[in-house]
Ligand binder design. Structure first.
Ligand code: DGI
Ligand code: FE
Ligand code: FE
Length: 191
């Protein structure tokens, strides 16, 4: 699918704010792809569709998770974790986008996972550092993103887990697996 068509397809599914976020994730992902030698086209497509299912009804997402080969344990965790996996399935069903690299980047953009590919890391990071976001510690992550993709993803994962723990949120295993794996990849790990 051409990127301009993808943007038109996604737009009616999002609020104006979320659409603008999506365009900024796209710009950020393209810059990261150029910097780190990843396919610009895949980064763009994954970025444009990453939040495609953000506003699907909980019933619809639940039905898709139950029917498809998605892990059922998702249903025991917060529904914010559902939109990536559901979008990775629906873009293939609805638009014939069958590209494992792109689908995985969309699938894991919220939690990350162990052994993320370069494309997965680019989308995970772009979603966090796009210029419309403002969190404590974000500027530092943006600076590191200029030179070290793995280290910037590790910081993102660490910040996210700290944030979730500060809210007493239940943390999905892939979120921890991402952190552990990135810790090993970035500094060997301490223990
Ligand atoms: O869709 P976006 O708002 O652009 O961003 P996102 O898909 O990265 O994150 C959606 C939300 O999911 C965000 O508030 C953080 C939250 N989240 C990420 N990992 C976990 C999580 N929430 C819970 N409960 N557990 C997690 O492991
Ligand atoms: Fe998202
Ligand atoms: Fe997003």
């Amino acid at each position: 699918m051409k990127i301009d068509d993808a943007i038109e397809v996604v737009k009616p599914h999002l609020t104006q704010k979320r659409f603008e976020h999506t365009l900024r994730v796209r710009d950020t992902a393209v810059k990261l792809a150029e910097k780190y030698g990843e396919s610009k086209l895949k980064a763009e497509l994954a970025a444009v569709f990453h939040d495609y299912c953000k506003y699907r009804s909980l019933d619809e997402m639940e039905r898709i998770i139950k029917m498809d080969p998605l892990p059922k344990d998702l249903l025991k965790f917060h529904h914010e974790l559902w939109h990536g996996p559901v979008a990775s399935i629906l873009i293939e069903k609805e638009y014939g986008i069958k590209d494992n690299d792109v689908q995985r980047a969309i699938y894991y953009h919220t939690t990350g996972r162990a052994n993320m590919s370069k494309l997965e890391m680019i989308i995970f990071l772009a979603d966090y550092i796009e210029p419309g976001r403002e969190f404590p510690g974000l500027q530092e992550v943006r600076e590191v993103a200029e030179t070290n993709l793995v280290h910037a993803c590790w910081m993102t994962s660490k910040n996210m887990i700290s944030f979730l723990m500060s809210k007493n949120a239940i943390i999905y295993p892939d979120t921890f697996y991402a952190y552990n794996d990135l810790t090993i990849r970035t500094n060997g790990g301490n223990n």
